[in-house]
Write a protein that binds this ligand. Sequence first.
Ligand code: 5AD
Ligand code: SF4
Length: 421
Amino acid sequence: MNRADSNSLIHSLQSEGFLETTEYIDSDIIIINTCSVRQHAEDRVFARVRLFNAFKKREKKSMKIIVMGCMAQTSKDRLYSLGVDKVFDVYNEIKILDYIKNDDLIENDFNSNYVFSKSYVDKLYTHKAFLPITHGCDNWCTYCIVPHTRGGLISRPSKDILEDLKSLIDSGAKEITLLGQNVNSYGEDTKDMSFVQLLEEVDKTINDSDVWIRFTTSHPKDFDKNLADAIINLKSVCEHIHLPFQSGSNRILNLMDRKYTIEEYLEKVSYLRNITKDFLISTDIIVGFADETDEEFTETLNVIKSIGFEEAYLYKYSERAGTVAHEKKIAYDPNNGSLRLSKLIEIQRAIALSLLTKQVGTFHKVMINSIAKDKNNYLGRTRENRSIVIRLNDDKVLKTGEIYNAKIIDIRGHSLIADII
Ligand code: 5AD
Ligand code: SF4
Protein backbone atom coordinates (compact mmCIF):
# COMPACT_ATOMS: atom_id res chain seq x y z
CA MET A 1 0.00 0.00 0.00
CA ASN A 2 2.80 2.40 0.87
CA ARG A 3 4.70 1.48 -2.27
CA ALA A 4 1.59 2.36 -4.28
CA ASP A 5 1.12 5.69 -2.45
CA SER A 6 4.79 6.59 -2.83
CA ASN A 7 4.84 5.65 -6.50
CA SER A 8 1.85 7.85 -7.19
CA LEU A 9 3.32 10.81 -5.28
CA ILE A 10 6.63 10.47 -7.11
CA HIS A 11 4.77 10.65 -10.43
CA SER A 12 2.88 13.77 -9.41
CA LEU A 13 6.08 15.44 -8.18
CA GLN A 14 7.90 14.58 -11.39
CA SER A 15 5.10 15.98 -13.50
CA GLU A 16 5.47 19.24 -11.52
CA GLY A 17 9.15 19.31 -12.52
CA PHE A 18 10.74 17.86 -9.38
CA LEU A 19 13.67 15.50 -9.83
CA GLU A 20 14.29 12.39 -7.78
CA THR A 21 17.71 12.02 -6.15
CA THR A 22 19.39 8.78 -5.23
CA GLU A 23 21.33 10.25 -2.28
CA TYR A 24 19.62 12.20 0.47
CA ILE A 25 22.54 14.62 0.69
CA ASP A 26 21.61 15.99 -2.73
CA SER A 27 17.98 16.66 -1.95
CA ASP A 28 16.06 19.83 -1.09
CA ILE A 29 13.05 17.90 0.13
CA ILE A 30 12.92 14.50 1.78
CA ILE A 31 9.54 12.80 2.08
CA ILE A 32 9.31 9.73 4.30
CA ASN A 33 6.28 7.50 3.87
CA THR A 34 5.75 5.62 7.10
CA CYS A 35 4.20 2.43 8.49
CA SER A 36 3.10 1.88 12.10
CA VAL A 37 2.08 -1.75 11.97
CA ARG A 38 4.96 -2.84 14.20
CA GLN A 39 7.33 -0.91 16.48
CA HIS A 40 10.32 -1.90 14.37
CA ALA A 41 8.95 0.00 11.35
CA GLU A 42 8.52 3.15 13.45
CA ASP A 43 11.98 2.86 15.01
CA ARG A 44 13.55 2.85 11.58
CA VAL A 45 11.76 6.09 10.70
CA PHE A 46 12.91 7.80 13.92
CA ALA A 47 16.48 6.76 13.09
CA ARG A 48 16.22 8.16 9.57
CA VAL A 49 14.71 11.43 10.75
CA ARG A 50 17.57 11.84 13.25
CA LEU A 51 20.11 11.15 10.53
CA PHE A 52 18.56 13.58 8.03
CA ASN A 53 18.12 16.30 10.63
CA ALA A 54 21.69 15.98 11.91
CA PHE A 55 22.92 16.29 8.33
CA LYS A 56 20.70 19.31 7.69
CA LYS A 57 22.01 21.12 10.77
CA ARG A 58 25.63 20.22 10.19
CA GLU A 59 25.60 21.34 6.57
CA LYS A 60 23.28 24.29 7.29
CA LYS A 61 21.03 23.14 4.44
CA SER A 62 17.54 24.52 3.93
CA MET A 63 16.30 21.03 3.15
CA LYS A 64 12.72 20.19 4.18
CA ILE A 65 11.87 16.94 5.95
CA ILE A 66 8.29 15.78 5.44
CA VAL A 67 6.59 12.75 6.95
CA MET A 68 3.45 11.14 5.54
CA GLY A 69 1.65 7.90 6.32
CA CYS A 70 0.50 6.14 9.45
CA MET A 71 3.05 7.65 11.85
CA ALA A 72 1.31 10.99 11.45
CA GLN A 73 -1.37 9.55 13.72
CA THR A 74 0.85 7.76 16.19
CA SER A 75 3.92 9.95 16.58
CA LYS A 76 3.29 13.48 15.31
CA ASP A 77 4.70 15.37 18.32
CA ARG A 78 7.79 13.20 18.55
CA LEU A 79 8.46 13.62 14.83
CA TYR A 80 8.23 17.42 15.15
CA SER A 81 10.52 17.35 18.17
CA LEU A 82 13.08 15.42 16.10
CA GLY A 83 13.15 18.18 13.48
CA VAL A 84 10.51 17.20 10.93
CA ASP A 85 9.16 20.29 9.11
CA LYS A 86 5.72 18.96 8.26
CA VAL A 87 3.73 15.86 9.18
CA PHE A 88 0.74 15.04 6.98
CA ASP A 89 -2.35 13.67 8.66
CA VAL A 90 -3.77 12.05 5.60
CA TYR A 91 -2.43 10.16 2.64
CA ASN A 92 -3.29 13.07 0.45
CA GLU A 93 -0.76 13.90 -2.16
CA ILE A 94 -2.59 17.00 -3.35
CA LYS A 95 -1.95 18.58 0.04
CA ILE A 96 1.69 17.60 -0.06
CA LEU A 97 2.08 19.15 -3.49
CA ASP A 98 0.37 22.36 -2.28
CA TYR A 99 2.68 22.52 0.70
CA ILE A 100 5.84 21.98 -1.31
CA LYS A 101 4.84 24.51 -3.92
CA ASN A 102 3.31 27.21 -1.74
CA ASP A 103 4.76 26.55 1.66
CA ASP A 104 1.32 26.84 3.17
CA LEU A 105 -1.49 24.43 3.57
CA ILE A 106 -5.11 24.13 4.44
CA GLU A 107 -5.32 21.57 7.21
CA ASN A 108 -8.16 19.12 6.76
CA ASP A 109 -9.69 16.57 9.07
CA PHE A 110 -8.21 13.14 9.35
CA ASN A 111 -9.44 10.97 6.51
CA SER A 112 -12.19 13.37 5.45
CA ASN A 113 -12.64 13.69 1.69
CA TYR A 114 -10.00 11.08 1.06
CA VAL A 115 -8.93 11.31 -2.57
CA PHE A 116 -7.61 8.24 -4.35
CA SER A 117 -4.60 9.05 -6.45
CA LYS A 118 -4.16 7.90 -10.00
CA SER A 119 -2.08 4.73 -10.30
CA TYR A 120 1.03 4.40 -12.39
CA VAL A 121 3.20 1.49 -13.40
CA ASP A 122 6.09 0.72 -11.06
CA LYS A 123 9.16 2.87 -11.66
CA LEU A 124 11.58 -0.03 -11.68
CA TYR A 125 9.40 -2.84 -13.04
CA THR A 126 7.32 -1.02 -15.61
CA HIS A 127 5.18 -4.07 -16.42
CA LYS A 128 3.90 -4.13 -12.83
CA ALA A 129 1.38 -1.86 -11.14
CA PHE A 130 -0.49 -1.52 -7.86
CA LEU A 131 -4.08 -0.35 -8.02
CA PRO A 132 -5.63 0.66 -4.66
CA ILE A 133 -9.36 -0.15 -4.53
CA THR A 134 -10.03 0.68 -0.88
CA HIS A 135 -8.46 2.84 1.80
CA GLY A 136 -8.65 2.18 5.55
CA CYS A 137 -10.29 -0.72 7.34
CA ASP A 138 -13.42 -1.33 9.41
CA ASN A 139 -12.35 -4.60 10.99
CA TRP A 140 -10.70 -3.38 14.18
CA CYS A 141 -8.64 -6.48 14.89
CA THR A 142 -7.62 -5.76 18.47
CA TYR A 143 -3.84 -5.87 17.87
CA CYS A 144 -3.91 -3.68 14.77
CA ILE A 145 -3.19 0.02 14.43
CA VAL A 146 -4.40 0.37 10.82
CA PRO A 147 -8.05 1.40 11.47
CA HIS A 148 -6.68 4.03 13.88
CA THR A 149 -4.10 5.44 11.46
CA ARG A 150 -5.77 5.04 8.08
CA GLY A 151 -9.33 5.36 9.32
CA GLY A 152 -12.44 3.44 8.30
CA LEU A 153 -13.14 1.72 5.00
CA ILE A 154 -13.49 3.94 1.94
CA SER A 155 -14.13 2.13 -1.34
CA ARG A 156 -13.03 3.75 -4.54
CA PRO A 157 -15.78 4.09 -7.17
CA SER A 158 -15.63 1.12 -9.56
CA LYS A 159 -15.79 3.48 -12.54
CA ASP A 160 -12.51 5.13 -11.45
CA ILE A 161 -10.86 1.77 -10.78
CA LEU A 162 -11.75 0.48 -14.23
CA GLU A 163 -10.55 3.71 -15.87
CA ASP A 164 -7.26 3.46 -14.01
CA LEU A 165 -7.02 -0.17 -15.02
CA LYS A 166 -7.39 0.72 -18.70
CA SER A 167 -4.78 3.42 -18.47
CA LEU A 168 -2.36 1.05 -16.69
CA ILE A 169 -2.81 -1.49 -19.45
CA ASP A 170 -2.24 1.24 -22.06
CA SER A 171 1.00 2.09 -20.22
CA GLY A 172 2.16 -1.51 -20.59
CA ALA A 173 1.15 -3.03 -17.24
CA LYS A 174 1.08 -6.84 -17.40
CA GLU A 175 0.69 -7.67 -13.71
CA ILE A 176 -1.74 -5.51 -11.78
CA THR A 177 -2.34 -5.98 -8.06
CA LEU A 178 -5.60 -4.68 -6.61
CA LEU A 179 -4.88 -3.36 -3.14
CA GLY A 180 -6.86 -2.91 0.03
CA GLN A 181 -6.43 -3.68 3.72
CA ASN A 182 -9.28 -6.13 3.26
CA VAL A 183 -10.23 -6.26 -0.42
CA ASN A 184 -13.17 -8.55 0.37
CA SER A 185 -15.01 -5.67 2.02
CA TYR A 186 -14.89 -3.64 -1.20
CA GLY A 187 -18.19 -1.84 -1.75
CA GLU A 188 -19.64 -2.50 1.70
CA ASP A 189 -19.66 1.24 2.37
CA THR A 190 -20.71 2.52 -1.06
CA LYS A 191 -22.93 -0.40 -2.18
CA ASP A 192 -21.42 0.24 -5.60
CA MET A 193 -20.63 -3.43 -6.25
CA SER A 194 -19.12 -6.36 -4.36
CA PHE A 195 -15.49 -7.44 -4.67
CA VAL A 196 -16.48 -10.46 -6.76
CA GLN A 197 -18.45 -8.21 -9.13
CA LEU A 198 -15.47 -5.89 -9.34
CA LEU A 199 -13.20 -8.81 -10.25
CA GLU A 200 -15.67 -9.80 -12.98
CA GLU A 201 -15.66 -6.24 -14.36
CA VAL A 202 -11.86 -6.14 -14.19
CA ASP A 203 -11.63 -9.44 -16.07
CA LYS A 204 -14.06 -8.18 -18.74
CA THR A 205 -12.08 -4.96 -19.14
CA ILE A 206 -8.82 -6.83 -19.60
CA ASN A 207 -10.10 -9.25 -22.18
CA ASP A 208 -6.49 -10.21 -22.85
CA SER A 209 -4.88 -13.29 -21.38
CA ASP A 210 -1.48 -11.61 -21.18
CA VAL A 211 -2.46 -9.42 -18.23
CA TRP A 212 -2.44 -11.06 -14.81
CA ILE A 213 -4.53 -9.79 -11.92
CA ARG A 214 -3.56 -10.27 -8.29
CA PHE A 215 -5.16 -8.86 -5.17
CA THR A 216 -4.27 -8.48 -1.53
CA THR A 217 -5.20 -8.77 1.33
CA SER A 218 -8.15 -11.10 1.95
CA HIS A 219 -9.79 -11.60 5.34
CA PRO A 220 -10.83 -15.19 6.11
CA LYS A 221 -14.16 -14.07 7.64
CA ASP A 222 -15.23 -12.68 4.24
CA PHE A 223 -13.60 -15.22 1.99
CA ASP A 224 -16.35 -17.41 0.56
CA LYS A 225 -17.20 -19.88 -2.20
CA ASN A 226 -18.27 -17.07 -4.53
CA LEU A 227 -14.83 -15.55 -4.40
CA ALA A 228 -13.09 -18.91 -4.65
CA ASP A 229 -15.15 -19.76 -7.76
CA ALA A 230 -14.48 -16.33 -9.26
CA ILE A 231 -10.73 -16.71 -8.87
CA ILE A 232 -10.85 -20.07 -10.59
CA ASN A 233 -13.20 -19.01 -13.40
CA LEU A 234 -11.87 -15.57 -14.29
CA LYS A 235 -9.04 -15.97 -16.76
CA SER A 236 -6.97 -12.97 -15.75
CA VAL A 237 -7.15 -13.61 -11.98
CA CYS A 238 -4.13 -15.54 -10.72
CA GLU A 239 -4.35 -18.72 -8.65
CA HIS A 240 -3.00 -17.26 -5.43
CA ILE A 241 -4.55 -15.86 -2.31
CA HIS A 242 -2.98 -14.18 0.67
CA LEU A 243 -5.17 -15.30 3.55
CA PRO A 244 -3.72 -14.45 6.97
CA PHE A 245 -4.93 -16.76 9.72
CA GLN A 246 -2.87 -15.08 12.49
CA SER A 247 -3.27 -17.87 15.07
CA GLY A 248 -4.32 -21.51 15.27
CA SER A 249 -6.03 -21.01 18.63
CA ASN A 250 -9.70 -20.09 18.87
CA ARG A 251 -9.18 -18.36 22.23
CA ILE A 252 -6.57 -16.11 20.64
CA LEU A 253 -8.57 -15.53 17.44
CA ASN A 254 -11.45 -14.46 19.64
CA LEU A 255 -9.25 -12.06 21.62
CA MET A 256 -7.95 -10.70 18.31
CA ASP A 257 -11.59 -10.24 17.23
CA ARG A 258 -10.89 -11.95 13.91
CA LYS A 259 -14.51 -13.21 13.64
CA TYR A 260 -13.74 -16.75 12.43
CA THR A 261 -12.71 -19.99 14.07
CA ILE A 262 -9.73 -22.00 12.94
CA GLU A 263 -12.15 -24.78 11.86
CA GLU A 264 -13.88 -22.32 9.53
CA TYR A 265 -10.52 -21.25 8.14
CA LEU A 266 -9.52 -24.86 7.45
CA GLU A 267 -12.85 -25.54 5.76
CA LYS A 268 -12.43 -22.57 3.41
CA VAL A 269 -8.93 -23.65 2.49
CA SER A 270 -10.07 -27.22 1.76
CA TYR A 271 -12.86 -25.90 -0.50
CA LEU A 272 -10.24 -24.07 -2.55
CA ARG A 273 -7.88 -27.01 -2.61
CA ASN A 274 -10.69 -29.31 -3.74
CA ILE A 275 -11.77 -27.23 -6.71
CA THR A 276 -8.34 -26.67 -8.19
CA LYS A 277 -5.20 -28.71 -8.45
CA ASP A 278 -2.62 -25.97 -7.97
CA PHE A 279 -3.46 -22.99 -5.86
CA LEU A 280 -1.00 -21.15 -3.66
CA ILE A 281 -2.18 -19.86 -0.30
CA SER A 282 0.11 -17.58 1.66
CA THR A 283 -0.53 -16.31 5.15
CA ASP A 284 0.44 -14.04 8.07
CA ILE A 285 0.90 -15.29 11.63
CA ILE A 286 1.41 -13.41 14.88
CA VAL A 287 2.97 -15.26 17.81
CA GLY A 288 3.03 -14.34 21.48
CA PHE A 289 -0.29 -12.46 21.60
CA ALA A 290 -2.42 -12.53 24.75
CA ASP A 291 -0.18 -14.72 26.89
CA GLU A 292 -0.31 -17.45 24.28
CA THR A 293 0.32 -20.81 25.97
CA ASP A 294 2.56 -23.59 24.68
CA GLU A 295 -0.55 -25.55 23.67
CA GLU A 296 -1.94 -22.60 21.74
CA PHE A 297 1.36 -22.10 19.95
CA THR A 298 1.31 -25.82 19.09
CA GLU A 299 -2.15 -25.30 17.56
CA THR A 300 -0.60 -22.70 15.24
CA LEU A 301 2.18 -25.14 14.33
CA ASN A 302 -0.43 -27.80 13.58
CA VAL A 303 -2.20 -25.47 11.15
CA ILE A 304 0.96 -24.66 9.19
CA LYS A 305 1.81 -28.34 9.06
CA SER A 306 -1.63 -29.45 7.91
CA ILE A 307 -2.17 -26.71 5.31
CA GLY A 308 1.38 -26.42 4.04
CA PHE A 309 2.04 -22.78 3.13
CA GLU A 310 4.82 -22.22 0.63
CA GLU A 311 4.98 -18.65 1.84
CA ALA A 312 4.19 -17.22 5.26
CA TYR A 313 4.96 -13.88 6.87
CA LEU A 314 5.72 -14.44 10.52
CA TYR A 315 5.62 -11.83 13.23
CA LYS A 316 6.11 -11.50 16.93
CA TYR A 317 3.29 -9.51 18.52
CA SER A 318 4.21 -5.85 18.79
CA GLU A 319 1.98 -3.87 21.15
CA ARG A 320 0.68 -0.68 19.54
CA ALA A 321 -0.49 2.18 21.76
CA GLY A 322 -4.12 3.05 21.10
CA THR A 323 -5.23 -0.36 19.83
CA VAL A 324 -8.01 -2.26 21.61
CA ALA A 325 -5.46 -4.82 22.92
CA HIS A 326 -3.44 -1.99 24.42
CA GLU A 327 -6.48 -0.27 25.93
CA LYS A 328 -7.72 -3.54 27.42
CA LYS A 329 -4.22 -4.27 28.70
CA ILE A 330 -4.15 -7.71 27.07
CA ALA A 331 -1.00 -9.23 28.57
CA TYR A 332 1.84 -10.72 26.53
CA ASP A 333 5.40 -11.85 27.06
CA PRO A 334 7.87 -10.43 24.49
CA ASN A 335 10.54 -13.02 25.34
CA ASN A 336 8.14 -15.84 24.70
CA GLY A 337 7.23 -14.14 21.43
CA SER A 338 10.88 -14.02 20.32
CA LEU A 339 11.52 -17.67 21.14
CA ARG A 340 8.38 -18.82 19.39
CA LEU A 341 9.06 -16.68 16.36
CA SER A 342 12.47 -18.34 15.88
CA LYS A 343 10.91 -21.77 16.24
CA LEU A 344 8.08 -20.95 13.86
CA ILE A 345 10.51 -19.59 11.25
CA GLU A 346 12.57 -22.76 11.43
CA ILE A 347 9.58 -25.07 11.06
CA GLN A 348 7.98 -22.99 8.31
CA ARG A 349 11.24 -22.94 6.31
CA ALA A 350 11.39 -26.73 6.41
CA ILE A 351 7.73 -27.01 5.32
CA ALA A 352 8.25 -24.53 2.47
CA LEU A 353 11.35 -26.37 1.31
CA SER A 354 9.62 -29.73 1.17
CA LEU A 355 6.65 -28.22 -0.74
CA LEU A 356 8.92 -26.38 -3.17
CA THR A 357 10.92 -29.54 -3.81
CA LYS A 358 7.71 -31.17 -5.08
CA GLN A 359 7.62 -28.52 -7.81
CA VAL A 360 10.70 -29.92 -9.53
CA GLY A 361 9.59 -31.46 -12.83
CA THR A 362 6.40 -29.37 -13.12
CA PHE A 363 5.50 -26.99 -15.96
CA HIS A 364 4.39 -23.40 -15.47
CA LYS A 365 3.68 -20.15 -17.22
CA VAL A 366 6.22 -17.63 -15.92
CA MET A 367 6.13 -13.85 -16.25
CA ILE A 368 9.62 -12.38 -16.42
CA ASN A 369 10.22 -9.61 -13.88
CA SER A 370 13.90 -8.77 -14.22
CA ILE A 371 17.35 -9.98 -15.04
CA ALA A 372 19.22 -11.23 -11.95
CA LYS A 373 22.00 -9.13 -10.44
CA ASP A 374 24.65 -11.62 -11.56
CA LYS A 375 23.28 -11.28 -15.15
CA ASN A 376 23.28 -15.07 -15.43
CA ASN A 377 19.58 -15.61 -14.81
CA TYR A 378 16.19 -14.04 -15.21
CA LEU A 379 13.76 -13.74 -12.31
CA GLY A 380 10.06 -14.30 -12.72
CA ARG A 381 6.88 -15.52 -11.08
CA THR A 382 4.28 -18.13 -11.92
CA ARG A 383 0.57 -17.36 -11.84
CA GLU A 384 0.50 -18.92 -8.36
CA ASN A 385 3.08 -16.31 -7.33
CA ARG A 386 5.96 -18.76 -6.98
CA SER A 387 9.26 -17.04 -7.44
CA ILE A 388 11.31 -18.64 -10.24
CA VAL A 389 14.91 -18.29 -11.40
CA ILE A 390 15.18 -18.85 -15.16
CA ARG A 391 18.55 -20.01 -16.43
CA LEU A 392 19.95 -18.00 -19.30
CA ASN A 393 20.71 -20.30 -22.17
CA ASP A 394 21.31 -20.08 -25.92
CA ASP A 395 21.72 -16.32 -25.53
CA LYS A 396 17.96 -16.14 -25.85
CA VAL A 397 16.75 -12.72 -24.74
CA LEU A 398 13.61 -12.79 -22.63
CA LYS A 399 11.42 -9.72 -22.26
CA THR A 400 10.18 -8.44 -18.93
CA GLY A 401 6.42 -8.62 -18.63
CA GLU A 402 6.23 -11.42 -21.22
CA ILE A 403 4.92 -14.85 -20.32
CA TYR A 404 6.92 -17.98 -21.18
CA ASN A 405 6.39 -21.70 -20.69
CA ALA A 406 8.94 -23.06 -18.26
CA LYS A 407 9.89 -26.33 -16.65
CA ILE A 408 11.21 -26.41 -13.10
CA ILE A 409 14.36 -28.43 -13.18
CA ASP A 410 16.03 -27.89 -9.83
CA ILE A 411 15.88 -26.23 -6.44
CA ARG A 412 18.77 -24.35 -4.88
CA GLY A 413 18.28 -23.14 -1.34
CA HIS A 414 14.65 -22.02 -1.47
CA SER A 415 14.87 -20.94 -5.14
CA LEU A 416 13.13 -22.84 -7.91
CA ILE A 417 15.30 -23.05 -11.02
CA ALA A 418 13.62 -23.37 -14.42
CA ASP A 419 14.34 -23.59 -18.12
CA ILE A 420 12.20 -22.02 -20.83
CA ILE A 421 10.71 -24.72 -23.04
N1 5AD B 1 2.07 -6.98 15.91
C1 5AD B 1 2.59 -7.92 15.08
N2 5AD B 1 2.11 -8.12 13.85
C2 5AD B 1 1.07 -7.35 13.42
N3 5AD B 1 0.38 -7.34 12.28
C3 5AD B 1 -0.56 -6.37 12.34
N4 5AD B 1 -0.50 -5.76 13.54
C4 5AD B 1 0.51 -6.36 14.24
C5 5AD B 1 1.03 -6.19 15.54
N5 5AD B 1 0.54 -5.28 16.38
C6 5AD B 1 0.63 -8.27 11.17
C7 5AD B 1 -0.60 -9.14 10.86
C8 5AD B 1 -1.07 -8.56 9.55
C9 5AD B 1 0.22 -8.10 8.92
C10 5AD B 1 0.09 -7.11 7.83
O1 5AD B 1 0.93 -7.54 10.00
O2 5AD B 1 -0.18 -10.48 10.73
O3 5AD B 1 -1.75 -9.54 8.76
FE1 SF4 C 1 -5.61 -4.58 10.63
FE2 SF4 C 1 -7.46 -6.52 10.85
FE3 SF4 C 1 -7.87 -4.42 9.19
FE4 SF4 C 1 -5.99 -6.26 8.56
S1 SF4 C 1 -8.24 -6.62 8.72
S2 SF4 C 1 -5.79 -3.99 8.48
S3 SF4 C 1 -5.22 -6.82 10.58
S4 SF4 C 1 -7.73 -4.34 11.44
